[in-house]
Write a protein that binds this ligand. Sequence first.
Ligand code: SD4
Length: 329
Amino acid sequence: MSERRKFIKQSLLGSAFLIPGISSASTQDKNKTPPLIGEMPLILSTWNHGLPANVAAMAKLDTGGSILDAVEAGVRDTELDLENLSVGLQGLPDREGITTLDASIMTGDGNCGSVAFVRQIKHPISLARRVMENTPHVMLAGEGARQFAIAEGFPLEEEVLSPKAAIEYAKWKETSQYKPIINIENHDTIGMIGIDANGNMAGSCTTSGLAYKMHGRVGDSPIIGAGLFVDNEVGAATATGLGETIIKICGSFLIVELMRQGRTPQEACEEAVRRLISKNKNIDDIQAGFLAINKEGLTGAFAVHPGFNFAKATVKENVLIDSNSHFKP
Ligand code: SD4
């Protein structure tokens, strides 16, 4: 196996997530060739904060929620994480000092909703779900998204930077010359994809986007097909990293379509990274990573550079895994 797995013991996991009727690997006949099928339900999400987000998602499934409820609940956890400077209202602001958020949500039957460039909303992922469920549209942006949030009863949060974000923004202003930065460290979006025990899939993606971006900039996360794509017939994919490069190759849609043509999730993620690299002369400052699940519950992950990790949860465990990367040191 090319993946280096770090086992993280999660006290909330284990018996709490054992769902009656789902057999565990240990009960399988060890003499038989294991079928080419992963364990389900299964949740994958980007970066370290994927671990607690997966716990929230699995808890939702465990209490009878749908896979859509699970991927919403999972990333809502990250949207409140004060340590995370790339998701939620505590995220780093744009170059004007204003935090603007992007989010999308999608189900395996092709339903989807998203919000972009939205301000003062604590849970943009839930607003994206309302766009999907309560409007005839897929995407609302900016002031229109905020007005829709008010109409739906979402409270507007005070527009102040978190103490951490305020310090970072002040430091950036000293040397930035007001230039948005492109930097491989500038990430931490959460993308989450999941499949339930019946093979239904859903995904979610939420971010404050690139730090110190131009005011009005929207990344890949709310763009269906770029930051997220889900199709029950094939699989699901999500992305993190420099959104402009992900949008240009329709990254998540590309991965799902490659799986439709027969690639494994791993092969599809690797091909998407290859495609992205082929479109960029210099990848030194570009990080992008992809996650994928197919309908058999097999998974894939790949990134441009080392350092991209993700969390994988089943009813038995929740583990942090370092993805492989194109970069060969
Ligand atoms: C964006 N893809 O707005 C997002 C940033 C990101 O982890 O992934 N950060 O471009």
